[in-house]
Design a protein. Structure first.
Length: 547
C-alpha cells in the first residue's frame, strides 16, 4: 500500500531542520502499593526519579498513606478498607497500567523463627503466597489487563548492625524483630528470602500479568563489602563483583545500603540511594521496555553503529560533540523489517544512555538528527563519507529524560517529518549530532540489550483498515495486554456474538463464535493485533500486543 503524504508533510520535508513543539504531560502509569518499603519509596519519590533517569520522564506513580503504610502485612491488604481504597483509586485513575507491589516481608519478619521445621516454614510461606495471590486477583478484577510487579526485597542486615553494638545490641529498635526470629544468621534468613523468591518467580512465569525481578543480592553488587565484615564469615569483596541475582547468600546487604537515622542504622530498610538502585534495576529488567509503545527495536551494533568525524575518522564507539578539534556524529542502524507491512508509525522515539562526558556536556536541546530509509553510504556500515551524506529529513527532536549524569537516559521524540521513513521495507539509519557542543558525550552501545539504544514506535489507528462500529460498549474488557497467547474477554454480562482478530494492515487472522470468553493468539507471530468483540450493545476494539 503506497502512503500518500499530505501537502503539509511535504512542506515539512522540504523545509530542512524541523522541531516539534516540545511539551510533555505527566501520565500516571504506576500505582505503588505495600508495606514500609513502598512507604519509603514514596517518601523518597523513588519511582518518579528512576523513570526520569531512564528517559520516561512523562510517566509518574500514585500512592497514598492507605495504599503504602509502614508495618503492613498481607492480611492488612485483604481488609475492606484497603481493598476499597485500591478499587477507588484505580477507578479514578484509568491511565494506571502497572502496580508496583511490595508486600509479604513483614509476614515473615514478624512470624518466622529459625527453629521451625521446613514443613512449618512452608506452611507460613504458603499462606503468605495465597494472600498475595488474592490481592493480585482483586487488582486484576478491578483493572483487567493491569500488570503487577511484585518487587521483592534485598537481603537484610541484622547480624552485622546489631552485632557491632555488642552489649548494647538489645537497645537497637529492631533487636526485638531479630531476636523474635531466633537471631538467624545470614545464611538462614537469606535462605528463606531466596526460597520464597523462587515461588514468586514461578507465579510470574505462569501469569502474563505478574512480573518478578529477582534481585536479593543487588545491594551487594552495587555497594560491595569494602571493609572486612565485622562478624562471621568476615572478609570483603569489591562493588560490581557479587553475582546477580543472589549475590553471596552467606553475607548481608552491605551496611552502607541501609537507611541511616544518625542515632542508629536500619537493618532491613534501604537508604534513599539504595532504593533508587533497587527500582532502577527493576526498570532495567522490566519497566524500561514494558512502558514502551507497540514495538521497539534495538540498534544493530557491530559495524552498523558507530561514530564518524568531520575529518573522516571512524570509531566503533557511540559519541557526539567535539574532541581535539574534531566534531563527531553518531550513526545508529535499526532493522525495522518486523514492522507490520504497509503500517506506519504514529509516533517514534530514540532512547540513548549517556555513558561518560569529557569536557562540557554537549547534550542539549539542539540535538540534530538526520534520518535515512536505507543507508547513508554505499553500505549499512559506518563510513567516512557518512558525515556529510544527505538524508531523507533533518530534524531537531524534542529531548526529555536525564542528560546531565552518567548512566542517565535521553529520550529523543522524533517529529512527524521522520515517521514516513520508518517502515518494514528498509532499515532506518539515523545520524545524531550536537551542533553547538564543546565537549564529547559517549553513549552505551548495543553490546548489552538492557542498555542498548532503542527505537520505540507506536502505531496509529488510522493505519488499520478495520471498520469502525458505533455504540461500542465501554464495559467490555479485553486483557491481558501484552499477552503471551491467551486473551480474556469480559463482557460484564453482555452476550458476545463473535470475536475477530486483525493484523495491523487489516487482514482478518482469527475468528471466534458466540459466547466465547477467551481467544488464543499463541499460533500468531509476535506483534500488534486488533481484537474486536461484538456484543448486543455494539463492539469494542482493542489493540493487543502479542509477545
Amino acid at each position: 500500500m503506497k502512503k500518500l503524504y499530505s501537502l503539509f508533510t511535504l512542506l515539512i520535508l522540504m523545509s530542512g531542520n524541523v522541531q516539534s513543539q516540545c511539551t510533555e504531560t505527566d501520565v500516571e502509569r504506576v500505582m505503588l502499593i505495600g508495606d514500609s518499603w513502598a512507604a519509603m519509596m514514596n517518601t523518597d519519590n523513588t519511582i518518579n526519579s528512576v523513570l526520569d533517569r531512564w528517559g520516561h520522564s512523562g510517566y509518574t506513580y500514585y500512592t497514598n498513606a492507605i495504599l503504602a503504610e509502614n508495618g503492613t502485612k498481607t492480611t492488612d491488604f485483604l481488609q475492606a478498607n484497603r481493598l476499597n481504597e485500591i478499587q477507588t483509586q484505580l477507578l479514578a485513575r484509568p491511565s494506571i497500567d502497572f502496580i508496583h507491589l511490595s508486600i509479604g516481608g513483614n509476614d515473615v519478619l514478624n512470624q518466622w523463627n529459625k527453629s521451625w521445621s521446613q514443613a512449618k516454614t512452608d506452611s507460613l510461606l504458603d499462606s503468605v503466597y495465597s494472600r498475595i495471590v488474592q490481592i493480585i486477583d482483586f487488582i486484576k478484577v478491578v483493572r483487567p489487563g493491569v500488570r503487577v510487579l511484585w518487587s521483592g526485597y534485598a537481603y537484610p542486615n541484622f547480624g552485622e548492625i546489631i552485632g557491632e553494638m555488642g552489649a548494647f545490641g538489645s537497645t537497637h529498635p529492631f533487636y526485638g524483630t531479630w531476636n523474635g526470629m531466633g537471631q538467624p544468621n545470614f545464611v538462614e534468613l537469606n535462605g528463606v528470602l531466596n526460597y520464597y523468591s523462587t515461588t514468586m518467580e514461578t507465579l510470574a512465569a505462569n501469569d502474563p500479568q505478574v512480573e518478578f525481578v529477582k534481585a536479593t543480592g543487588l545491594m551487594q553488587y552495587v555497594y560491595g563489602q569494602s571493609a572486612n565484615l565485622s562478624v562471621p564469615p568476615g572478609g570483603n569483596y569489591a562493588a560490581l563483583t557479587a553475582p546477580m541475582p543472589l549475590g553471596f547468600p552467606n553475607y548481608p546487604s552491605p551496611k552502607n545500603a541501609m537507611r541511616n537515622y544518625v542515632i542508629f542504622r536500619d537493618c532491613f530498610h534501604l537508604a534513599p540511594d539504595a532504593f533508587f538502585a533497587f527500582v532502577s534495576y527493576h526498570t532495567q529488567k522490566y519497566y524500561h521496555k514494558a512502558m514502551m509503545g507497540d514495538q521497539y527495536f534495538l540498534s544493530a551494533g557491530g559495524n552498523m553503529d558507530g561514530s564518524v568525524s568531520d575529518v573522516g575518522n571512524v570509531v566503533n564507539g557511540l559519541q557526539v560533540g567535539t574532541a581535539a578539534a574534531e566534531t563527531y556524529k553518531m550513526q545508529l542502524t535499526f532493522n525495522t523489517s518486523t514492522m507490520p507491512p504497509d503500517t506506519g508509525a504514529a509516533s517514534a522515539s530514540i532512547f540513548l544512555r549517556r555513558e561518560v562526558v569529557a569536557g562540557t556536556n554537549p547534550i542539549g536541546n539542539n540535538m540534530q538528527i538526520t534520518v535515512k530509509s536505507g543507508n547513508f553510504g554505499a553500505t549499512l556500515d559506518v563510513e567516512a563519507l557518512d558525515f556529510v551524506a544527505p538524508g531523507d529529513a533533518v530534524v531537531t527532536p524534542c529531548q526529555f529524560g536525564t542528560a546531565n549524569v552518567d548512566g542517565g537516559w535521553v529520550r529523543l521524540d522524533l517529529p512527524a517529518a521522520v515517521l514516513p521513513f520508518i517502515n518494514a521495507t528498509n532499515n532506518l539509519q539515523v545520524m545524531i549530532a550536537a551542533p553547538a557542543g564543546s565537549g564529547l558525550a559517549a553513549f552505551t552501545g548495543a553490546g548489552d540489550p538492557d542498555f542498548a539504544p532503542v527505537l520505540n514506535i507506536t502505531y496509529g489507528p488510522s493505519f488499520v483498515s478495520v471498520p469502525e462500529v458505533a455504540n461500542a460498549s465501554a464495559d467490555v474488557q479485553i486483557y491481558p495486554n501484552p499477552t503471551r497467547g491467551e486473551v480474556m474477554i469480559d463482557a460484564k454480562g453482555n452476550q458476545i456474538s463473535s470475536v475477530e482478530v486483525y493484523d495491523l494492515p487489516g487482514k482478518l487472522v482469527l475468528t471466534a463464535g458466540a459466547a466465547v470468553n477467551k481467544i488464543d493468539l499463541s499460533e500468531l507471530n509476535n506483534g500488534v493485533y486488533i481484537v474486536k468483540a461484538y456484543t448486543e450493545k455494539g463492539a469494542v476494539v482493542k489493540r493487543i500486543v502479542k509477545k
